[in-house]
Design a protein around this ligand. Structure first.
Ligand code: ADP
Ligand code: MG
Length: 291
């Protein structure tokens, strides 16, 4: 009978590292027509490496050491790439000022004298960005990499480029989802537009939205729902938690932050796109049997 088929489907899912939380989740996933995905750590591996270091102020090693010291407590993949590079260069990290997280922007000291993050953060604090700095940033972004800026006392000292890699089966997986009747595939990211477009160009995505705050990712889910769509959101970060909670189905990428996985309705223990396709496939198969 139906319950047995349902249990068999869930059992098969579990053996493949797909955890459906709650009895109604598979059914909800079966009805999804729109998939929204975070970029960093979800579409990409999030195993980032430092690709460019451009100093504007003096001593590259000193500035990189300060940047690494400031990032030392951050769990962001960008921070981990910066720390790995400082370690590789065998830099001694200075004492860092106390920093607070600025959502979707980076890190700032309370007095705004130390800033680490993106252009928006610099703009928010009225930091002067001259032509040399703009050229340096554009050169990094042209290669599709993310940029992290360090500003001290209102001056940009350093820009680093960080390279991320698209998961090997992302393009095939997204194409398969479209064949499975997912009408809209949307990529959402807090990262800059150039980096977002560079990644999206490698994938069958219908829409790309960049430079988004966590609340804006949430709003994007709500907009799609208001337009009558059933939305699955796939994410890995704290910044995805509001969208994961609000989507019809929140799907957490294994290896992501605990907050993201706790908030999700489905957890993909193995973070890859084959598993995502299989989750949708199993959800639909389970529903067609139980109906
Ligand atoms: P995403 O994971 O989609 O990139 P986040 O909200 O985590 O979104 O970050 C948005 C942007 O804020 C990043 O692309 C980066 O520019 C900046 N940022 C966030 N955290 C840090 C950090 N620890 N160091 C430097 N930049 C950061
Ligand atoms: Mg992410």
């Amino acid at each position: 009978g139906a319950p047995v088929a349902n249990v068999a489907g869930i059992g098969r899912a579990a053996s493949q590292g797909i955890l459906f939380k709650g009895g109604a989740t598979a059914d909800a996933l079966a009805g999804v027509d729109t998939i929204m995905l975070d970029k960093t750590g979800t579409i990409t591996t999030g195993k980032m490496t430092l690709s460019h270091v451009q100093d504007f102020a003096g001593n590259e090693d000193d500035d990189l050491a300060l940047l690494a010291a400031i990032e030392a407590d951050s769990q962001h993949p960008l921070a981990r790439a910066i720390l790995a590079s400082a370690k590789e260069r065998q830099l001694t990290l200075p004492e860092a000022p106390v920093m607070a997280t600025v959502k979707g922007r980076g890190l700032a000291s309370a007095d705004g004298q130390y800033l680490v993050g993106n252009m928006q953060l610099m703009g928010d604090h009225g930091v002067n960005v001259d032509a040399t700095v703009t050229d340096g940033i554009n050169a990094i972004q042209a290669s599709g990499d993310s940029v992290v800026l360090l500003a001290v006392h209102g001056e940009i000292r350093l820009a680093v480029g960080v390279n991320d890699v698209v998961r090997a089966d992302a393009a095939d997986g997204l194409a398969a989802l479209k064949q499975h009747g997912i009408e809209h595939v949307v990529m959402l990211t807090g990262d800059n537009r150039a980096a977002a477009e560079h990644i999206a160009a490698q994938l069958p995505v219908d829409e790309v939205r960049a430079e988004m705050l966590p609340a804006e990712k949430l709003a994007a889910v709500q907009e799609a729902q208001a337009a009558g769509h059933k939305v699955a959101f796939v994410g890995d970060g704290i910044n995805d938690a509001p969208a994961l909670a609000t989507a019809d189905v929140g799907i957490g990428m294994g290896g992501g932050t605990a907050v993201a996985l706790d908030t999700s309705d489905v957890v993909l223990v193995r973070p890859n796109f084959g598993t995502l396709v299989e989750a949708v496939h199993l959800a639909r198969a389970t529903r067609s049997v139980t109906r």
